[in-house]
Design a protein around this ligand. Sequence first.
Ligand SMILES: [Zn+2]
Length: 276
Amino acid sequence: MFSLSRTSSIAMGLSSWRGWFCCPNLTAAIIVWLLGRMMTDVDVVAFGAHPDDIELGCGGTLAKLVEAGRSIVFVDLTRGELGTRGTTDVREQEAREAARILGAVARENLALPDGSLALTVEAKYKVVEVIRRFRPRLVLLPYFRDRHPDHVHASEIVYEGTFLAGLPRYVTGEASYRPEKILYYMGWEEFSPSFIVDISEQFERKMEAIRAYASQFSLVNPSYPETRLTSPATGRLIRSRMAHYGALIGKKYGEAFLVRGVLEVEDPLKLKFSSF
Ligand SMILES: [Zn+2]
């Protein structure tokens, strides 16, 4: 089962920070301490429908944010139990490893039904609970148009859950909270980007995190059938798309984002862009 308890996800976060593993008493003390800390704000919560969606869509940007000292949390809506390859246990291990590679402080799974994501009261409640607990400044979510229905519904669920989290009379046991900003990352379908993040320095780490999902992307295990993800064309698409968006800003690799809202500019001269 891929549902991570809060404690286990915290422990995973610690391991990603410190490479710790010493004595059980100290470990327990650290976990208790961190339980209190987890009630404080994090900088970013990134949501994905399935384990590996976040890495594919915005893994380079998240790695860059971690390098800048930001705290990030990964939240998968489903365990990917309908995936053609691998098992939920294997995918849980892969997701933990990918989050460790990118430097997340925690990774949680809302255990909603893979293949049947829908804009239900339960789904939105789970998002509200996560938003209020982690109190992020920024939420990253999948673009609302996609060939995979789960990605479309994940976008709707996270958007509405994030909105509801700010309503004081929506009761969950945590205080109401709504982040100021949400950003869509790109899935299968493209959009005209509001901006592009240069991930040239983080590209290899993003690819390492994607490769952590060996059950999905590797043909090493011949007992699983080939899928779209194991096709060499998918690997080429991942690289070429990041190269394309990087080229648009004169860099090697980039990730595209769509702003929900309108960007305010104080000084146009400080904007980084080239018209020619
Ligand atoms: Zn997906």
